[in-house]
Ligand binder design. Structure first.
Ligand code: 9MR
Length: 381
């Protein structure tokens, strides 16, 4: 039985679902049902399928690459999108809206409007929130990167930012990605492109965790990165760093793998073992940004085989997390291809999410749902 760390409404929802699953209900229970097989009916929701205490999340689309697209900011305007967001998921991660560029656009001005809207949405829909992110080399405002600040000033700026942002949402954010992507793929600290580490030295990472913990002692504080799904130079670097920090009493609670996967490469078959070695250090683990991109055929329509392979990657990533006691948070980086970052960043690749542009469910969606259901059933036995 996995430890119960936070309340979710999944039991109540599951109870509601029972008559539908057993076919006892005769009347059409909701207008959604008519839309089957792509319905959002209760029995077909990821959040309801999940075992108790296990949250299923998504990124909340907005900011970043969306600003260069020919649609308005998705979270703020797309009603269908918001409906699915509320119904399917029990955890949400602001895709860009809590990054420095958005939340701290000028040195003496914070803009909390978008982040507030997401946290309030989450509370209305009984969802937890993953805060993303506090110390990163990317999406920092120009005033910060080009400000020519002294070391003392920079330290004070970071401390004030963390105290202000984490403090504002204290008690309302389940997990914070305190430090994001601080190592390169060779496992070397980013001493050049990360302004904090470059200017203040590696010790600033520990301080960031300490300041975040002071501002919200209840939030679980994470290291988060890509290409750390396997045991490799980069994940080894985290494994060593975390032990060092824990020995110094630094409040690090978790290690998370983003999992931006591609069917070009094999599935990281040692994901479970890798999560387990962090679990063995006493950390929580999480999958935080899963998507599975692929090379699109000229027609733009993937083959059935490609869809099957993608579903298999989604299933295996979820199974790995479910198999690790302290892995209780599993997030996909958006649920619809309509708003995916992938085609914008990888030419010729796409179809990375579990729903199409029209919110139709792919085999990958059902792979997640069925894997969650099986895990819940096994737990209840
Ligand atoms: O999905 C995000 C996209 O909208 C932004 O344009 C992009 C800018 O780098 O960041 C994307 O999210 C990233 C996340 O914050 C950290 N891990 C990698 C994600 C995909 O690039």
């Amino acid at each position: 039985m996995r430890p119960l760390r936070f309340a979710t409404a999944s039991l109540a929802v599951a109870a509601l679902a029972l008559p539908l699953m057993t076919g006892v209900a005769t009347a059409d229970p909701s207008p959604d049902r008519a839309a089957a097989p792509h319905s959002n009916a209760t029995f077909d929701r990821l959040r309801a399928a999940a075992p108790e205490g296990f949250v299923v999340g998504t990124a909340v689309a907005g900011g970043g690459h969306h600003l260069s697209q020919d649609y308005p900011d998705p979270f703020t305007y797309d009603r269908e999108y918001r409906k699915i967001l509320a119904r399917q998921f029990s955890s949400v991660s602001p895709e860009n809206q809590m990054k420095w560029d958005y939340i701290h656009p000028e040195r003496d001005r914070y803009d909390f409007a978008q982040a507030d809207a997401i946290v309030e949405f989450a509370e209305r829909h009984d969802q937890v929130v993953r805060g993303h992110t506090l110390l990163w080399h990317s999406q920092n405002p120009e005033w910060l990167e080009k400000g020519g600040f002294s070391k003392e000033e920079l330290r004070a700026i970071l401390r004030e930012h963390i105290t202000t942002v984490v403090g504002r949402y204290a008690g309302r954010i389940q997990q914070w990605d305190v430090a994001n992507e601080i190592f390169d793929d060779q496992g070397r600290l980013r001493t050049q492109d990360n302004i904090w580490i470059r200017e203040l030295g590696p010790g600033i990472v520990a301080d960031a965790f300490r300041w975040a913990h002071e501002a919200d002692p209840a939030a679980k504080l994470f290291f988060n990165d890509y290409n750390v799904e396997s045991v490799n130079a980069k994940s080894n670097a985290y494994h060593a760093l975390v032990q060092d920090l824990l020995a110094q009493g630094v409040p690090v609670d978790g290690f998370s793998v983003q999992a931006h996967l591609s069917t070009r490469y094999g599935f990281p078959g040692d994901l479970k073992d890798n999560l387990r070695r962090f679990d063995a250090l006493g950390l929580e683990t999480a999958v935080t940004e899963l998507d599975v991109r692929m090379d699109l055929p000229e027609s733009g329509v993937p083959t059935a085989e490609q869809e099957r392979k993608q579903a298999d990657y989604y299933r295996r990533a979820l199974e790995a997390c479910l198999a690790v006691d302290g892995c209780n948070s599993f997030t996909i980086w958006g649920f619809t291809d309509k708003y995916s970052w992938v085609p914008v960043f990888f030419e010729g690749e796409g179809f990375a999410n579990v729903m199409t542009d029209d919110f139709d469910r792919k085999p990958a969606f059902y792979a997640l749902r069925d894997t969650l259901k099986a895990a819940k059933k096994a737990e209840n036995r």
